[in-house]
Write a protein that binds this ligand. Structure first.
Ligand code: GTP
Ligand code: ZN
Length: 199
């Protein structure tokens, strides 16, 4: 069993510096960082950045050997995985609902590991498309399967509370490989499981 190398290393957060920058930000937007309600804000702000970016997803690659009876096909689809990330353009939250499928070839991945893999990619400054690609690559690496599909349905606050203010807009993105690709039945099954186009 090998542990997964994540393409973007976990950043180290300098909490004191973040708190100091928060104090400066409050001043720059015309606030008094010493007023009662804001006195603890720089420390809280630093704490949440640290909690978010320094998040340890835990072990992501526990697999179990599982032989399939000859002539049977097995597909695993996990849906309803919710993750929050931050868009790297505006540093604003995006909420993603992910559906992940793969066709096991000899071993199965522990079910909780899908959400842990998602966490490893979400707790960074990100693009939805990069999260989906990264999750698909890690699932493929952990399972040894070339047949992997990942669908994400994302709501981006930078598109809803500011900018174009499209509160209902959702972004669907997917990464399909092997048997999930080429508009085949498995890809369609995955998109249907994700409820694509139903919201
Ligand atoms: N492809 C992609 N784009 C994203 C994601 N998150 C945010 N964006 C977009 O990044 C783009 C940045 O556009 P810019 O023109 O540089 O910045 P802006 O003037 O703030 O853009 P507006 O949001 O249109 O006001 C916007 O279109 C955002 O909607 C993401 O996960 N994937
Ligand atoms: Zn954005």
């Amino acid at each position: 069993m090998t542990s997964l190398d994540h393409p973007i290393p976990r950043p180290r957060v300098d909490g004191e510096r973040v708190a100091d920058l928060c104090r400066q930000l409050l001043e720059a937007v015309g606030e008094d960082p010493e007023r009662e309600g804001l006195r603890g804000t720089p420390q809280r702000f630093a704490r949440w950045w640290t909690e978010f970016l320094d998040h340890d997803p835990g072990r992501t690659d526990t697999v179990f050997e599982e032989d399939l009876p000859a002539g049977t096909d097995r597909v695993v689809i996990v849906r309803g995985i919710v993750a929050w990330s931050l868009c790297e353009h505006h540093l604003m939250p995006m909420r993603l609902e992910l559906t992940i499928g793969y066709r096991p070839c000899g071993s199965v991945l522990g079910l909780s590991k899908f959400a842990r893999i998602v966490d490893a990619h979400a707790h960074r400054l990100q693009l939805q498309e990069r999260i989906v690609d990264g999750v698909a690559a890690d699932v493929s690496k952990a399972t040894g399967s070339a047949d992997v599909g990942v669908v994400a349905d994302g709501a981006h606050l930078c598109m809803s509370m500011r900018g174009v203010r499209q509160d209902q807009a959702r972004t669907l993105s997917h990464s399909l490989s092997g048997a999930f690709a080429d508009r085949g039945a498995l890809g369609s099954q995955l998109l249907a499981a994700a409820g694509a186009g139903q919201r």
